[in-house]
Design a protein around this ligand. Structure first.
Ligand SMILES: Nc1nc2c(c(=O)[nH]1)N[C@H]1C(S)=C(S)[C@@H](COP(=O)(O)O)O[C@H]1N2
Ligand SMILES: [Mo]
Length: 200
């Protein structure tokens, strides 16, 4: 019985270590969108990558025929909620690049959407399995409110980098600030370093 108490305490400590500084644990899945939820048909969905002179673009079926990856990850919103163990399925940015034979040399990336939302981040945060275009959440089609038919997922950065209704990536030599970044949010947004605002 003392053992049970001890194990309970240990579990709580583990949970606390898993929540980045300044965050709290959220059991639900809040919706945060500045624009109204668009309804995008699979047949109208495209994902484009531009890197210098090179451009490649995939329709829905083309994306689904690429190798798929499942990720189970904690996510962290800059409004301070953290959600544990969310399950996603999609295609990593590496797979898109490899399927088109594109090599990125540009250090900056801008993410754009089927809506006016944009966000920017360093290119390296999108590579080596760190980011994907996700179309499935918890085994079901991604809800339109959460970015369906597909959103970017960059779970190791604050969730505003995970652009919903993603339409493309532009790799660039010069940095171009995105929607929230122009309002003073951080260019990278690492939750473990509490990079909430420019200058953090
Ligand atoms: N297109 C688009 N993507 C977006 C946003 C948005 O307003 N528009 N909000 C961002 C923010 S601040 C967060 S926390 C997450 C919220 O995703 P959710 O609504 O699925 O929880 O989406 C990010 N991606
Ligand atoms: Mo957010």
């Amino acid at each position: 019985m003392t053992t049970r108490g001890f194990v309970g305490r240990r579990r709580q400590d583990d949970a606390e270590r898993r929540v980045p500084p300044g965050q709290y644990l959220e059991k639900g899945f809040p919706v945060l969108s500045y624009e109204p939820t668009p309804r995008i048909d699979h047949k109208d969905w495209r994902f484009t990558i531009e890197a210098g002179e090179e451009t490649a673009s995939w329709g829905w079926e083309e994306m689904m025929s690429l190798p798929q990856t499942e990720l189970i990850v904690d996510i962290h919103c800059v409004t301070k909620w953290t959600k544990f163990a969310t399950t996603w399925r999609g295609v990593t940015i590496d797979r898109f690049l490899a399927s088109a034979g594109i090599r990125t040399s540009q250090p900056h990336a801008t993410v754009y959407c089927h809506t006016p939302y944009t966000t920017n981040l360093p290119t390296e945060d999108l590579l080596n399995g760190k980011a994907m275009v996700a179309h499935t959440f918890d085994g079901a089609h991604l809800d339109p409110q959460h970015g369906g038919p597909a959103r970017l997922l960059v779970p190791h950065l604050y969730f505003w980098k995970s652009a919903k209704w993603v339409a493309g990536l532009r790799f660039m030599d010069e940095e171009e600030l995105g929607f929230w970044e122009r309002y003073g949010y951080h260019r990278r947004g690492d939750p473990w370093l509490e990079q909430r605002y420019a200058g953090d």
